[in-house]
Ligand binder design. Sequence first.
Ligand SMILES: NC(=O)C1=CN([C@@H]2O[C@H](COP(=O)(O)OP(=O)(O)OC[C@H]3O[C@@H](n4cnc5c(N)ncnc54)[C@H](O)[C@@H]3O)[C@@H](O)[C@H]2O)C=CC1
Ligand SMILES: O=C(O)/C=C/C=C(\O)C(=O)O
Length: 480
Amino acid sequence: MLQLCNFINGELQPPAAGRYLPLLNPATGQVFGQVPNSDAADVDRAVQAATAAFPAWRALPAEERGRRLVRLAELIDQNLETLAQAESQDNGKPLSLARTLDIPRAASNFAFFGTAAQHFATETHLQEGVALNYTVRHPVGVVACISPWNLPLYLFTWKIAPALAAGCCVVAKPSEVTPYTAFLLSELSREAGLLAGVLNIVHGTGPGAGQALVEHPGIRAISFTGGTATGAHIARTAAPQFKKLSLELGGKNPNLIFADCDLDAAVQTSIRSSFANQGQICLCGSRIFVERSVYEPFKAAFLAQVQALTVGDPLEASTQQGAIVSEAHLNKILSYIDLAHQEGGRLLAGGQRVQVPGRCAEGYFLQPTVFEGLAPDCRVNQEEIFGPVVTLTPFDHEEEALTWANSTDYGLSATVWTRDLARAHRVAHQLQAGVVWVNTWLHRDLRTPFGGMKNSGLGREGGLEALRFFTEAQNVCVKL
Ligand SMILES: NC(=O)C1=CN([C@@H]2O[C@H](COP(=O)(O)OP(=O)(O)OC[C@H]3O[C@@H](n4cnc5c(N)ncnc54)[C@H](O)[C@@H]3O)[C@@H](O)[C@H]2O)C=CC1
Ligand SMILES: O=C(O)/C=C/C=C(\O)C(=O)O
């Protein structure tokens, strides 16, 4: 049986206490391996290794650090098939999605930040004839990167790459639910020439290894993606030690469809924004508001495409919807489907578990699900479900759509569909969302600031924002 190891000081190591957690394939319900259930002792060893490696890593020219990150990107590309198979097995997502989205993006993360560090400049402020101020950006030191299970290698590397590029050393903890590709990255990082201790990967649970990492006094900054409640807990733990925090949390994203839009494109993309990765992306648009005059045509076309989605074995090329990540998460989503019925919703599609025959008979599959007739302020329209469940609601005018769109505690992303450019800008600027897409969805340019408003998080990832996060600004004032 597959047994994963921690990666500490350049070595694959078992957990100090010898404890493991089972690794489960959600598509089959079968255990296929074990992952370390590490504790504070493992975390401490990793932080010590990272601390020892920091002076040499920060002293390398940015160009040299970048060269190694670009090499790591190439190695991910070369191992795409192995990594995609592992991601699908661990998470239940369609293999085709892992091949085309997750693993290519992990490679892009390293390629992008490997070169971005060389374009990272500092500011000067000149008081003519009096003084010259210039800003130095020092790497903050040893940092923690904690990532979730929905886009495992994609999000793990989205944090690690800028941290390493900025000259920090990293102790990273992937989700205990999907640790396989992070483990495979250990070997590749060694091959890419990262010095021992520069990247350490400690596996384990949130309350175990995760909590120990957040509490460790050697950690100067924490970059976290996951649930809002966990983010709040991490913020409470980290605050007394004044650690820098970047929190990318949940969403309840609105999709605003105006009557003048390209309806075919809106329908097609809304299928993707509702159900990609089984709706388990923090950016998925789970509340679809449609201008009343096109509500019925939109609904008919949308439902026809929902019914045509193939739920099945993630390894089959024809599968569009794979398994939900775990039985616990499936039950959480099912409880929201029950709640939608209780709150008076009309079920338009789905709503049931799917029994996939053959090797996936014990897997956690769910039909893509659509409700209408739910009030914008009901729990189903306010709370993050994080699954393939969306609601349709007609609106009569722009202000109404905006009020409903902004009515949740979240503020991560929003999508606007219109051909009216003035309206697009006007609505975008009034949306309380860190990311707004107009006539598209999940179109990513890694240079842009990425993150949420309100309870969707704190700070921004991406481009120079990430490099700023992993560095500490120091001003030097020289009298002229
Ligand atoms: N915004 C997003 O991208 C994500 C949102 N979620 C939401 O969160 C809900 C809960 O999902 P979970 O798997 O429980 O996510 P979670 O937020 O508990 O887990 C994310 C990561 O944080 C770690 N973690 C948990 N507790 C920790 C602690 N005290 N200290 C340090 N690290 C800790 C976990 O081990 C994992 O690596 C989901 O149902 C979904 O609504 C989940 C995953 C991603
Ligand atoms: O950076 C991206 O492109 C996407 C990020 C998605 C998440 O953070 C998420 O689903 O948690």
